[in-house]
Design a protein around this ligand. Structure first.
Ligand code: BT5
Length: 260
């Protein structure tokens, strides 16, 4: 254990059986967390990296992962059989956890854009990527990956207007990546307990309180199709209900959302 993983492990050991791995560089913290969890008996595996070579977003999109930001994955391997593997809801829960952690540490309020974006002032600060291993013979594993920009970054042209970093809003010397990781893991663990107790209403309520999507006119792009309308509500599984101009209500499971 290096000093970073030891610091985080010590801060979390009251929670549950947890393993903490910190690496300077990794392909993707999600992949490593899944690999470690497969071979582990522990409920939680936490992987933190200083940078990623192959950080990914949804659908294989690239996640820019230079040194200085937070790249965190939390794998859960529940022992009890739980019917929770509704990945959209887990993604909302993780977003709520990040907003709570930043608020708690720095008193700064981020907001959430459906389905997985962590935002400040309409710019993307971070994102959540939830993945799972489901197999009939083996215990389920789900991995929550969180990327959060902390330090100044040289964004490529196409992201310059839409992406941002925490240090543009909070004095950089006040920000501790490791303390952020600890608070996020704690908040995710609280969310996990709500999930296993099927207390999904609380998760949805917290997400609604922190979201910036509902009541807006949105366009959602999915593979080959586009939906446009009013973002009206979230259902109990974390899906977005969109009311189209024609008055039809559509339930959307995933996609890339833009404000019109
Ligand atoms: C996401 O995907 O927003 C999920 C990002 C999850 C990253 C974490 S880091 C730890 C763990 N390990 C991984 O390998 N992944 C997770 P999506 O909604 O598909 O957004 C991806 C899009 O965001 C890209 O296509 C870019 O347009 C933009 N983007 C890429 N890197 C960015 C960054 N660092 N900051 C802001 N926007 C970025």
């Amino acid at each position: 254990m290096d000093s970073v993983s030891e610091y985080i492990f010590n801060a979390l050991k009251d929670l549950t059986a947890v393993e903490v791995i910190h690496l300077k560089e990794v392909d993707s913290t999600n992949d490593l967390a899944l690999e470690v969890a497969k071979a582990s008996d522990l409920l939680m595996t936490v992987v933190l990296a200083d940078s990623q070579q192959q950080g990914r977003g949804r659908r294989g999109r690239q996640w820019l992962s230079p040194e200085g930001n937070l790249y965190l994955s939390i794998a859960f391997k529940p022992r009890v059989h739980i019917r929770l593997l509704c990945l959209s809801l887990i993604t909302l829960m993780a977003g709520v956890a990040v907003v709570e952690a930043v608020d708690r540490l720095y008193g700064y309020r981020l907001d959430l854009k459906w389905p997985n974006d962590i935002m400040i002032e309409n710019k993307k600060l971070g994102g959540v990527l939830t993945e799972s291993r489901l197999s009939p013979e083996k215990p389920p594993i789900f991995v929550i990956g969180i990327g959060l920009n902390i330090t100044d970054m040289d964004f490529p042209e196409e992201l310059r207007g839409s992406a941002t970093t925490l240090s543009s809003y909070i004095r950089p010397e006040m920000i501790s990546r490791d303390d952020l990781a600890i608070e996020i893991v704690r908040a995710v663990f609280r969310g996990y307990k709500l999930l296993i107790n099927t207390d999904t209403k609380k998760i949805i309520t917290s997400w609604i309180e922190k979201n910036s999507t509902l009541t807006k006119t949105v366009r959602i792009e999915q593979d080959g199709s586009t939906i446009e309308g009013l973002a009206e509500a979230i259902d109990q599984s974390g899906r977005l209900i969109v009311k189209t101009k024609e008055g039809q209500r559509l339930t959307v499971e995933s996609g890339s959302l833009f404000y019109c």
